[in-house]
Design a protein around this ligand. Structure first.
Ligand code: AMO
Length: 428
């Protein structure tokens, strides 16, 4: 027999009663009751009860839970509460045996800590809570792609192996590239900006790399970033796009992922829109009012963000940061050049995204690089594109893993990443 599967379990329906089907999946539970064996068979779509009787039951070989089987049988009605239908087995093929005991219990009766689960991630995916998180992540990605595509953004894929830093800064992984030093990209910043020259509106959803020795629930060495860059747009325009996108993600998953929400045990609440837009200066005033010793120009500490987050618990934009706190490619405000046309999207204390209007004048860009202690010669390839007719443009980058944690109501990005990479975790 081949590995034929005629139906997913969720496809069983009344019209199939009395008909023969072949299901494929793994044994979630198994109870021998004298002359009968009850098997709970699970596949990616759901569970079904399998009844094994007579000769087949007598000759039933030792079956461990989580082993993969293919079962041919007749669909019938069931009295069991947890199932819609049951299948009376006629033939059982054991396709792959699972060892006993397994390193983690995917049913979740015995809870394992996150490290143990991550060490056995493939098996953890049979835990319905974990599987639901990744099904949700799939829906989020689908919504992001559809929404950006509808807004006429073109999906691009930029290189991850690069010859010099994309953003400056020290948090780069380096590697030997045929005798030269190469780096893993921190973000698609320079390439996405360059692409507005011919494609106007671009987006990328890819993994990027930061060599930060952070041990928090929101930092990873490899994270998934959603990036956009759009010509002829200002930072307010791209904030509107970001807000629309977040709203779409929440609405789509709230409506279309009911089963996943139930299994995860979290109801997705649609955020209220429009998101509040607060300036950096307003936030400094709020902090001062709360007795904090902060001045205009200071970067916001984690403790500050937690205080602000308590006052503004949902989504809000933090705008108009001082120029000196922003990367070299961010443009100043015309009316006050100490301020930038920039923003962060926050969820309480958590930073989800940052972006802004970009500089598109080569001379100013060069001056800004120098101001920040960076060498314009290192950015030659990038700077030359600004002499080829670079349109004014704006964009942002959003951490997908962080967005997922807000959607699911958890505080560790490791739960929403298949195989997280952090300073202590390089395997599996
Ligand atoms: P920034 O460095 O703020 O901006 O990154 C954008 C967003 O990416 C997410 N992020 C991370 N998520 C998990 N682990 C990390 N180590 C990590 N680092 C960043 C955060 C953050 O808000 N080029 C600019 C964006 C732009 O201006 O377009 C940039 O990379 O959610």
């Amino acid at each position: 027999m081949g590995f034929v599967k005629t139906h997913d379990i969720s496809e069983l329906n009344v019209d199939l009663i009395g008909k023969q089907v072949t299901l494929g999946g793994w044994i979630e539970d198994l109870r021998k009751l004298g002359k009968m064996t009850f098997i709970t068979l699970r596949d990616v779509s759901g569970i079904s009860q399998i009844i094994v009787k007579g000769e087949l039951n007598e000759n039933l070989e030792e079956l461990n839970r989580q082993s993969v089987v293919s079962i041919k049988g007749i669909v019938q009605e069931t009295k069991a509460r947890d199932f819609n239908f049951e299948v009376k087995a006629e033939e059982i093929d054991v396709l792959a045996k699972a060892i006993h005991p397994l390193p983690i219990d995917p049913i979740g009766r015995l809870e394992s800590n996150i490290d143990t689960r991550l060490n056995h991630r493939a098996l953890d995916m049979r835990n319905q809570k974990t599987a639901s998180i990744f099904k949700l992540r799939h829906h989020v990605l689908e919504t992001l792609r559809n929404t950006l595509s509808n807004k006429k953004f073109i999906e691009i894929t930029t290189p991850k192996i690069i010859g010099s830093a994309s953003e400056g800064g020290a948090d780069l992984f380096s590697l030997d590239y045929f005798g030269k030093t190469a780096y893993l990209a921190q973000s698609p910043q320079l390439y996405k900006e360059q692409m507005t020259l011919g494609l106007e509106r671009v987006y990328e959803i890819s993994n990027f790399y930061r060599a930060e020795k952070s041990h928090t629930g929101r930092h990873l060495s490899e994270f998934t970033s959603v990036d956009i860059e759009a010509a002829f747009m200002d930072y307010n325009d791209v904030m509107d796009i970001l807000e629309a996108l977040v709203m779409e993600v929440y609405k789509h998953t709230a409506d279309n992922c009911k089963k996943e929400q139930e299994i995860i045990g979290h109801t997705i609440e649609i955020p209220s829109s429009p998101f509040e837009r607060i300036t950096y200066s307003q936030v400094i005033d709020e902090l001062k009012q709360q007795g904090e010793k902060v001045e205009f120009g200071d970067d916001l500490l984690d403790s500050h963000l937690r205080m602000i987050g308590e006052k503004h618990p949902g989504f809000y934009f933090l705008t108009d940061w001082p120029m000196k706190l922003k990367p070299f490619y961010i443009r100043e405000k015309d009316e006050d050049p100490t301020l930038s046309r920039s923003f962060d999207l926050q969820y309480g204390y958590l930073e989800l995204s940052s972006g802004g209007t970009r500089l598109h004048n080569t001379e100013i860009l060069k001056a800004r690089l120098k101001e920040q202690g960076l060498d314009p010669a290192q950015f030659e390839d990038h700077l030359q594109t600004f002499d080829w007719g670079m349109p004014p443009h704006s964009g942002w980058g959003m951490g997908l893993d962080r967005l997922m944690t807000t959607l699911i109501g958890i505080d560790n990005v490791r739960e929403v990443v298949l195989y997280p990479r952090d300073p202590d975790r390089l395997k599996p």
